[in-house]
Design a protein around this ligand. Structure first.
Ligand SMILES: O=c1[nH]cnc2c1ncn2[C@@H]1O[C@H](CO)[C@@H](O)[C@H]1O
Length: 306
């Protein structure tokens, strides 16, 4: 039985690998682009380039070019000026679809009623807007996997993770809509999705079409992680897609009432009701994931696509 998915992406570095993994693990019905990591035109170009490079034949739908409140900053310092490690690529020959991402999400939720899974590795603007346009998507979408949120160590502010920080209003809308949600927060990815120097060298030595792609798109991410965080690169989107595919990667998880802060200095922080004061729950959080299994999947796909 195939599993059907849409990947919602602010396509830069690790997002492109998440797209590749998603195309291997799922019947991928679309890539929906949303504002986040880098300039919007570059995100669209990077998604089209990934589809073309790996010959995926997956449609790319353009979504929201800004978060709901319109306030955010892109992070070219993390991903490179073009979002893919300043790799000089050719202009993609394929084009995005005419249909808006929000409409594509609503339409596909009808065509694949009860079967569609959303791999949200980006700010949640598109999904929030789709829900506001048609709240009945909640009962048709089987599952929403979210890479986002930090509850202790933010990567964008001291307490906020990037995807939640870019569009906390969208995160708030999605978290409270009634979807079946599993969140892979930043802290879990720091532990289970780091590519060390050793692993980086091994990927280089695979020397396949896919490993060459991996090294090029993640070059700036690696330099950034080394310089500012003193470690290997973190690949949160790839881990989230792999967890969505194989739930046995989840070593520890809990179900909680989860919220997001939308005010001033703590904007984007994820609030977890650890002790269930609210007597309600709206999302599962993956607290620990199996790094070895993740690495095995990643390596086998980078080797396959020789
Ligand atoms: O410093 C960073 N390292 C890894 N991913 C980052 C970083 N900054 C932004 N993102 C982007 O935001 C999510 C993780 O917070 C990921 O979806 C990634 O695309």
């Amino acid at each position: 039985m195939p599993r059907y998915a849409i990947i919602d992406s602010d396509t830069a570095s690790d997002d492109t690998i998440a797209i590749l993994l998603a195309s291997k693990f799922f019947k991928l019905l679309g890539i929906t682009i949303v504002a986040g990591n880098v300039k919007f035109e570059n995100e669209i170009k990077n998604a089209l380039f990934s589809v073309e490079y790996f010959n995926l034949g997956v449609p790319v739908f353009i979504g929201s070019s800004r978060p709901i409140m319109g306030k955010w900053r892109t992070v070219e310092e993390v991903h490179g000026n073009n979002g893919i490690g300043d790799w000089k690529i050719q202009e993609p020959k394929i084009s995005p679809e005419r249909e808006h991402a929000v409409d594509a999400i609503i339409r596909l939720s009808k065509e694949y009623e009860g079967e569609l899974e959303i791999l949200a590795v980006s700010p949640l603007t598109n999904l929030a807007l789709a829900y506001l346009k048609d709240p009945t998507i909640v009962k048709r979408i089987k599952k929403v996997w979210i890479m986002g949120g930090a509850f202790s160590r933010g990567n964008t502010t001291p307490i906020a993770e990037f995807n939640f920080w870019v569009d906390p209003e969208a995160a708030e809308i999605v978290l409270n809509a009634g979807f079946d949600i599993t969140i892979v927060p930043w802290e879990t990815t720091e532990d289970a999705a780091e590519i060390t120097d050793d692993e980086w060298k091994k990927i280089e030595s695979i020397n396949s079409k896919a490993s060459t792609f991996f090294i090029n798109v993640n070059r700036t991410l690696r330099e950034y992680s080394k310089k500012y965080e003193g470690r290997g690169s973190i690949h949160p989107d790839s881990l989230t897609v792999t967890i969505a595919y194989d739930n046995s990667l989840i070593l520890q998880q809990g179900e909680f009432k989860v919220d997001v802060e939308t005010c001033s200095i703590s904007r984007g922080a994820m609030l977890v009701d650890w002790y269930n004061f609210s007597k309600s729950k709206n999302a599962k959080i993956v607290l620990k994931a199996d790094k070895q299994k993740f690495i095995n999947y990643l390596f086998s796909i980078l080797e396959q696509s020789a």
